[in-house]
Ligand binder design. Sequence first.
Ligand SMILES: [Zn+2]
Length: 258
Amino acid sequence: MLEWELEEGEAIFWYLSYAGWMIKTKNHLLVIDYMEPNLPPEEQKLSNGFIAPETLAGYDVSLFATHNHGDHWDPESLEWIKVIPKIRIVLNWPAATGSNILVLNDTLSHLTLSDLEIYSYTLRSSFNIPHSTILIKVDGVSFYTNDDFGARGNIVPDYVKQCIDYISSTGDLDILLLNMSGNIDDEGEHFMGLVDAYTVMKLNPKVVFPQHRIYSISQRNKVLREAEGYNLRAQFIFTDKAGQAFHLKKGVVKMMSP
Ligand SMILES: [Zn+2]
């Protein structure tokens, strides 16, 4: 599938575990919040959620990390620069220097890198380290990760409003990779909170992938019930295993056979 020729408006994307994804579009490979598994699978391949960087050597690769936590950033990724000639690494802290490293310094950032458009909202004040939500538009598709912006409580904080206003001003969104890290019920299970619902409502993506510790059936059902309660229209898809692949075409997502 990595070799497939894709058209404008089409993407194949692989869930890589936790908050990690790789996205292939017509001319680009995008990697988001990938970390090498602690216990690498016996067969180190994409269909097991493992990226062998040398297999990406022929592609235009952009690697993103929303923040410098071990479940979103793998320092091993810096080694990819040695084996992938066309790679850029986009971060909100100077993990390294060099022409391949792009640092998101501003609260609102918009980078145009030839045909790649990156919009990000970076928050430095409310967390102990900077956090960036990232929207990528390329080859006729758009993907957005909300970082770990989910927050507890019954109000939508101003920084979330500012962020979502900015992101929604850029046009329609295909895929929302929604980290649900804010709300935990009495049984210790995550569910959709107001901030998550606000994000879905305002961005109105075609498909939402709830992730970041949403594993059990009961958690998933809770998320769906909440989505219904908030009257959210987007389709929700839950991932089952690292390496699972999906196909996006004309705004419709289908799971690919393993
Ligand atoms: Zn996290």
